[in-house]
Design a protein around this ligand. Structure first.
Ligand SMILES: Cc1ncc(COP(=O)(O)O)c(C=O)c1O
Length: 398
């Protein structure tokens, strides 16, 4: 077997089920699960219908590059959403469809890393677990950038030693962040691009939460936008990852895209041709419609806004917290150890949350997820309100 497999850590949900295996929650309380970041709002009917209408497309092999109409719809969306210079995203050279960002974030490391030179892959800590697994299986060493209160819950690039930068080949960025919800601003993205030039690495910007944000007039900026604003219209060293899972409540569709540097897209296409992960034709057809429509995304954001406002109103008297700049998580500080908090919350209130330390590693002397839990506000409003009231009672009992 590939010896690198043994380096993979148990997934956070495996650890959570081991942590809570012996607990018998109070049967009188209906279970509320806030631990999983799976969108629960209804998939828009026009997306589902488009899949059904195009099922006859199953008679053909799709191409790895995806159809022109899909790449054009993606390029138009990106240009509109991030106000990119017209024509700077060529659907033929800068865009590739992917079957959800998870597989693409993983596969990209396998494509980019040169394992002959002791490579390093940087990532935020806590982080979406795929980044670490991708780095390890690509033969690279993960390097964790703690995202803590002192750095505004953003990765702190200032403290990275020169010899570490010199080994960095790939940096994963997650904005809005999972689990912190923090957004990297344009100047921050531009300084990162300067670092990428200076130290010769590629940035994989995971922007899969970019369409969930509180203020309709202030959408989170993206890496391509920051690059274009500094005249970097070839998007060199940049690849952004976008998904319909959260934006359009279609996690089962498995549809997203990567876009950016044409040289990276070209090599990634080459890799994917062998990897064998073309997007099925009905999925392509539904994705075209989804990227062309914004009305359902605006409605989706309104639902999250309602939930954040209700939950924060309930919890604020007992706990200091505020709505995140993006995404659908609350990254709650716990008054006791995070695992103990999660265990007892389930045992007493039948509410499941994810211990923060399961999403992070001990690095530079601390585990930045310690004494935090992640709550995904994905359930319907009434369920989120019920959960918030039970969490409030639980916190008051501590
Ligand atoms: C930060 C982050 N990136 C990527 C993904 C993968 O999403 P998908 O593969 O559905 O596009 C997730 C899913 O939870 C996520 O939280």
């Amino acid at each position: 077997m590939n010896p690198d497999l043994s380096q993979l850590q148990p997934y956070p949900f495996e650890r959570l089920s081991a942590l809570t295996r012996d607990i018998e929650p109070p049967p009188a309380l209906t279970p509320v699960v806030l631990s999983i970041g799976e969108p629960k709002h209804a998939t828009p009917a026009f997306i589902t219908e488009e899949v059904i209408t195009h099922l006859h497309g199953l008679s053909q092999y799709p191409t790895t590059r995806g159809g022109t109409a899909l790449r054009e719809a993606i390029s138009a969306w990106l240009t509109r959403r991030f106000r990119l210079p017209a024509g700077s995203i060529d659907p033929d050279r800068h865009v590739l469809p992917v079957n959800g960002t998870r597989e693409a974030l993983f596969a990209f490391a396998q494509c980019v890393i040169d394992r002959s030179t002791s490579p390093l892959v940087m990532m935020p800590n806590p982080f979406y677990q795929i980044y670490e697994g991708a780095a390890l299986l690509a033969g690279a060493q993960p390097w964790f950038l703690n995202t803590v209160a002192a750095s505004g819950y953003l990765p702190d690039f200032n403290g990275v030693p020169e010899d570490v930068w010199s080994r960095c080949q790939l940096l994963y960025l997650c904005s809005p962040g999972n689990p912190t919800g923090t957004v990297q601003d344009i100047p921050g993205l531009q300084s990162l691009l300067e670092l990428a030039d200076r130290h010769d690495f590629v940035i994989a910007a995971d922007e899969c939460y970019s369409e969930i944000y509180p203020d309709e007039t202030a959408p989170p900026p993206g890496l391509l936008q920051a690059a274009a604003a500094m005249g970097r219209e070839d998007y060199r060293r940049c690849l952004v990852f976008h998904s319909l899972s959260k934006r359009s409540n279609a996690p089962g569709l498995r549809s997203g895209f990567v876009a950016g540097d044409s040289a990276l897209v070209d090599q990634f296409l080459r890799y994917r041709t062998y990897h064998g992960c073309a997007m099925p034709p009905p999925t392509q057809a539904a994705s075209i419609r989804a990227w062309q429509d914004e009305a359902h995304v605006v409605k989706n954001r309104a639902l999250y806004r309602e939930k954040f406002s209700a939950v924060i109103d309930i919890l604020r008297p007992v706990h200091e917290l505020s709505a995140p700049a993006g995404g659908f998580y609350l990254w709650l500080k716990t008054p006791v150890d995070d695992c103990e908090f999660a265990r007892n919350l389930l045992a007493r209130q039948n509410v499941t949350v994810l211990p923060g330390s399961y999403l992070s590693r001990t690095a530079h002397g601390i585990n930045p997820g310690q004494d935090r839990v992640r709550m995904a506000l994905v359930a319907p409003l009434e369920e989120c309100i019920e959960a918030a009231q039970r969490i409030k009672s639980y916190i008051l009992s501590l």
